[in-house]
Design a protein around this ligand. Structure first.
Ligand SMILES: [Zn+2]
Ligand SMILES: [Zn+2]
Length: 562
């Protein structure tokens, strides 16, 4: 399990103890440990292996034991003991908006509602409105949230899928029965949510089953695909293939709606069988997916493109991780980040970036320690000092300015004109109707001070749908006003989605791949955003932070309104 998964698990232990009204000090120490694990820069699994868990401040021997079990086995005895004392599914209720510990206890003890399913039935029967402490508004909100959650019941975040895939590819590579492994499916296409890790393996099936059971303790049975359950709960599917049909399998199993349609058109519903027959003829010219595509008369394109495109200009090369020269959108302890500005800059420099665009929260975001004008100026002074000392790095002065309810930007014009760049973001009034919300964003995009739009739709994957603005209109306005749009690479956001990126690219809108980092570790999520950008067909020339530092200075200088 990775750190964020372990953190979720520890928080769940704390919740179960709260429901059982155990010692509040103990509960708080677990909640604190969950935060420490979430924010820690090194993987807990590595710390366990190297016996360094005890060096982490705030983690005592008991919690170290819990973390070790979660990291290595995905569960711990204490989890089972707590679960045994509570109705199954009760803790799931805590994930619903508007339901805190008190309300969940009330539902459980007074109304005998102990699962999401039971709560859904109660809402549908209009039973919650009669209960004290609840009401029609909360009932409606809960029903919406339950419907949304049910839709995502089998989904996992892309970063989880990537780490599960990496773990299993490493383990499987060590097996003798496997001579080749390739990812396929949504993982290879780099989508934002993944239901299962699909791996194509070149192997002898019965030998593989034996090795999986004997060496890796997987308890798999003979099925197609072979199904392994990762400790995170994510299924890993192994599609066993013979050498002759490997490339055909890779092509078919990678899929992608638009790309697969052309195969369907050519071969009808028998596409899979027809391509298999072709490859089984053993023609050496079909030895890669590329040559196979050529022989069946379709253009080979990058897997990420296959949801959206059937063909793509051959001379265009999609942006890659190595093209990213610097990052915008990072928070430090000046607002709600967990590391100092100096630490964030140093971490970005060590990754190999040439610059960091720091962007704290603005004053309207008081809950996130947003900066009042005097603190903005104090930060500028510090940035000037740091920049004077750097020889190979630069910090750009930025801000994540709240878009106020009328679409104006937080701060007056004089202060706004002092920033190198301004990210305009919505952090309040999520409930405005979509037309008003769109007008509000459009107004912010038209401000001469706005450089780019932050997390454009506000969606949180698997948690909330966002504020539903009319994205095509906003993209048009971005194009007309020469503004950038961000791909926020936080695993839970990945906003703007590839579904809108194709249109943005067609309109000539450039994007900025932004980590919205609140810690050193947050800088790593850029890789996920690069995948989104690739899905939208973006080349490095169309991604603003693929520019080197000198070019970036000029770019921002010419755009600065005064
Ligand atoms: Zn934000
Ligand atoms: Zn932010």
């Amino acid at each position: 399990m990775n750190n964020s998964q372990i953190s979720v698990k520890i928080n769940r232990l704390a919740s179960m103890m709260s429901l059982l009204e155990e010692n509040p000090f103990k509960i708080r120490s677990f909640e604190k440990a969950a935060r420490i694990v979430r924010d820690h820069d090194e993987d807990m699994g590595v710390l366990v292996d190297e016996d360094r868990l005890k060096d982490v401040p705030g983690i005592g021997p008991k919690l170290a034991y819990v973390i070790m079990y979660f990291a290595k086995a995905g569960t711990v005895g204490m989890e089972k003991e707590l679960e045994a004392q509570l109705p199954e599914g009760l803790t799931d209720l805590l994930d619903l908006p508007g339901l805190g510990m008190k309300k969940v206890q009330l539902l459980w003890k007074k109304f005998d509602i102990t699962s999401v399913e039971a709560l859904k039935l109660a809402c549908e029967a209009d039973a919650l409105t009669a209960m004290k402490g609840f009401g029609p508004k909360l009932q409606l909100k809960l029903l919406d949230a339950i419907t949304f959650q049910t839709k995502h019941a089998r989904d996992f975040y892309l970063d989880t899928a990537l780490s599960v895939a990496q773990t299993w590819i490493e383990k499987l590579t060590a097996l003798q029965s496997i001579s080749r492994i390739e990812p396929t499916g949504t993982l290879r296409r780099g989508d934002k949510l993944i239901q299962s890790v699909e791996l194509l393996v070149l192997a002898n099936s019965s030998e593989l089953i034996n090795e999986l059971n004997d060496k890796l303790d997987c308890s798999v049975s003979d099925s197609h695909p072979l199904i392994i359950k990762d400790i995170s709960g994510m299924p890993v599917h192994l599609w066993v293939s013979a050498r002759e049909s490997f490339n055909a399998q890779q092509l078919i199993r990678t899929g992608g709606e638009v790309y697969a349609q052309q195969l369907q058109k050519k071969y009808g519903t028998e596409a899979e069988a027809s391509i298999q027959t072709l490859t089984q003829a053993g023609d050496a010219s079909l030895s890669t997916e590329q040559t196979l595509c050529k022989s069946i008369g379709i253009q080979w394109i990058e897997p990420e493109l296959r949801d959206v495109y059937a063909t793509f200009p051959e001379d265009l090369e999609l942006v890659a991780q190595g093209d990213i020269k610097g990052v915008f959108h990072a928070h430090s302890t000046w607002s709600d980040g967990r590391n100092s500005l100096e630490e964030m800059a140093e971490a970005a420099r060590i990754i190999g970036y040439q610059y960091l665009g720091i962007s704290e929260h603005s004053q309207a975001a008081y809950y996130a320690n947003g900066l009042k004008p005097d603190r903005v100026k104090a930060q500028w002074d510090l940035i000037d000092q740091l920049n004077d000392a750097f020889t190979d790095f630069h910090i750009f002065k930025g801000i994540e300015a709240d878009i106020l309810s009328d679409g104006s930007l937080d701060y007056d014009e004089e202060l706004l004109s002092g920033f190198d760049f301004v990210i305009a973001s919505i952090h309040s009034h999520f409930q405005l109707d979509p037309v008003k919300q769109t007008e509000r964003i459009v107004r912010a995009m038209q401000s001469p001070f706005t450089t780019m739009l932050g997390h454009p739709t506000g969606r949180m994957l698997m948690a909330r749908p966002g504020y539903n603005p009319d994205m095509p209109t906003i993209i048009d306005v971005a194009a007309e006003n020469d503004k950038l749009i961000e791909i926020n690479t936080t695993p839970k956001r990945l906003d703007l989605d590839w579904q809108h990126l194709k249109y943005a690219r067609e309109k000539g809108v450039k994007i900025s791949i932004n980590p919205d980092a609140h810690s050193l570790k947050g800088l790593d999520s850029i890789a996920l955003g690069v995948r989104m950008a690739r899905k939208g067909g973006f080349t490095s020339g169309e991604v603003i932070n693929a520019k080197g530092v000198d070019e970036m200075k000029k770019y921002l200088q010419t755009r600065r309104a005064s």
